[in-house]
Every structure is written in C-alpha cells, then in structure tokens.
Design a protein around this ligand. Structure first.
Ligand code: IPD
Ligand code: CA
Ligand code: CA
Ligand code: CA
Length: 266
C-alpha cells in the first residue's frame, strides 16, 4: 500500500462529506424535476437548470471553507486559480439531461489533482445512495466496501457503453456500434459518463468510450476504474485540463478488442 500524502488524505475525507451533502441537495431538486425550467446552452441537447448551478455553488463554498488556496474547475462556474498545489474538478450533476427528464442515472462527480495529476476520485449516485471513491494506490470502494472490475466475462457476454452527444460524431459512433453488435456484444448508454465509469469499476459494464468529454466528466471515474483493476487511458496526456477529448476505460480481457473498435470511422 502506498502512503497517501496527508494533504490528499484530508481532502479525500472532506470530499466524501461534501459530495454526499451535494447529492442530497441535488436529489431534492430531482424530486421535483418537472417544475424546473430547462435552459439551453450551446444547443437543444445541451441543457442546464438551477439545480446544477446551486449544487456547484454549494460544493465550491464547502471546498473553499476547508481549503481556501485550492484551485477549482467546475462545469457551470468555470475555472479559477489552477496554478495551485491542489486542484478540484467538479461536475455538480453529470447526466443533467436525464435528470431533467426524470431518469435516475445521474450523479455528482469530484476529482482531486495534486500538481496536475489526479489522486482521488468520487462519484455519488444519490438515487441509489452509492458513493464510489478511490485514491491512487488504495483501491476503489462503493460505500466503503472494495469493488473490482469484471475480469471474467468475455466481450460477447457483457455490456459496452458508448457515449456521444454531437451530430458530427454520427459516422464514428455508427461504425463503433456496428462493430460491437457484429462481434456479439451489447452496447448501452445511460446519460452519465461519470456514473457509467463507476459502474465499469464495480463490474456492471465491461467498458466505456466517449469521443469527447471534459475533465470534470471523467477524471473521477477513470481513476476509480484504474483502482478497481481496469485499464483506462490517461485523459490528460498531452492535453490541458480545460480541453475536451476522448475517454476510454475497459476491463482487461476486453481492452484490445474494444479499443480497436473505437478507432473505426475516426
Ligand atoms: C454529459 C454526460 C453525458 C455525456 C456528455 C456529457 P453533463 O455531462 O456525461 O453522458 O454523453 O458528453 O457532457 O452535461 O450531463 O454534465
Ligand atoms: Ca452539461
Ligand atoms: Ca458532465
Ligand atoms: Ca454537469
């Protein structure tokens, strides 16, 4: 077991408290989702509501109260002071679209980076009361109990999840889904990248791919998958933390086959 830095241990413990409180707040909004005004950002499918902003504001306030010098990057409120020892990425609600349509597959996601390297990740699913968490070198847990990827089921015996949200991805994703089905696999999508990755870590899905995500969507989940024994690409490799890019994670036995399919039609 690697020792975690005391600074990381303190932040990880604080993050577990904050993300559960944030999840309760988000769940209160979800219980009256049909009363919330759906606002659009870049297009009809890119939505947000007061719930996302309020939950992010709460998380930011709580982090600042404990660690006033840390940098924060959140989907709805942007980035501040990222030239700091510790930086947090915040996705107050991952799966906003399904949230606003009354579906339960959304979560709150938080990652902690030390000197630009992810060291802890947390994904909280308030509807299931599932807190997935991991710190580098210490394994992954759901509600305090160790979890592991499904390292037995073959490609044609389980589920591969594919995310996409842009019209220009249609050819690429079409090719990928065609390839999954032709190989006897099953593809799925639940509307939350972060929760899907947590479910890969817990062995429910065999892998996840999405051609374009942001750091707040996937850093927490990718770290949890890796700590659960899965293989995940380094999202930040050669890329600024504010840039979007592909996210890929898989159980070891399906890694090469799934990876090859994600390169089709690109
Ligand atoms: C989205 C979700 C979705 C993915 C999108 C993301 P948001 O995040 O993770 O599953 O397909 O690319 O933007 O907007 O609901 O936080
Ligand atoms: Ca969004
Ligand atoms: Ca997101
Ligand atoms: Ca979000």
């Amino acid at each position: 077991d690697q020792d975690i830095e005391p600074g990381t241990t303190a932040r990880f413990a604080t993050a577990k408290r904050i993300i559960r409180q944030a999840g309760v707040m988000a769940k209160d909004y979800f219980d009256r989702y049909d009363e919330l005004e759906i606002e659009t950002k870049s297009g009809r499918q890119d939505v947000v509501s007061v719930a996302d902003r309020d939950v992010e504001d709460f998380i930011r306030r709580e982090i600042i109260a404990s660690f006033p010098l840390d940098g924060l990057i959140g989907e709805e409120r942007g980035a501040d002071a990222t030239e700091t020892d510790y930086t947090w990425t915040i996705d107050p609600i991952d799966g906003t679209a399904v949230f606003l349509h009354g579906l339960k597959s959304w979560c709150v996601a938080i990652a902690i980076l030390k000197e630009g390297v992810p060291v802890a990740g947390l994904v909280y699913d308030p509807c299931a009361d599932d807190l997935f968490s991991a710190a580098t070198g210490h394994g992954a847990e759901r509600n305090g109990r160790p979890i592991a990827v499904d390292s037995q089921t073959p490609f044609d015996g389980g589920f591969l999840v594919v995310g996409a949200s842009k019209p220009e991805q249609s050819h690429h994703i079409g090719q990928l889904i065609e390839g999954i089905l032709a190989a006897g696999g099953i593809f799925m999508r639940n509307g939350s990248a972060a929760l899907t990755l947590a479910h890969v870590a817990a062995g429910h899905y065999l892998g996840y791919y999405e051609p374009r995500l942001s750091s707040w969507d996937c850093l927490a989940g990718l770290l949890i998958v890796r700590e659960a024994g899965g293989l995940a690409d380094d999202f930040l490799s050669g890329r600024d933390i504010m840039a979007s890019g592909p996210a890929f994670a898989a159980a070891p036995q399906v890694h090469d086959q799934f990876k090859a399919l994600t390169l089709r039609g690109t």
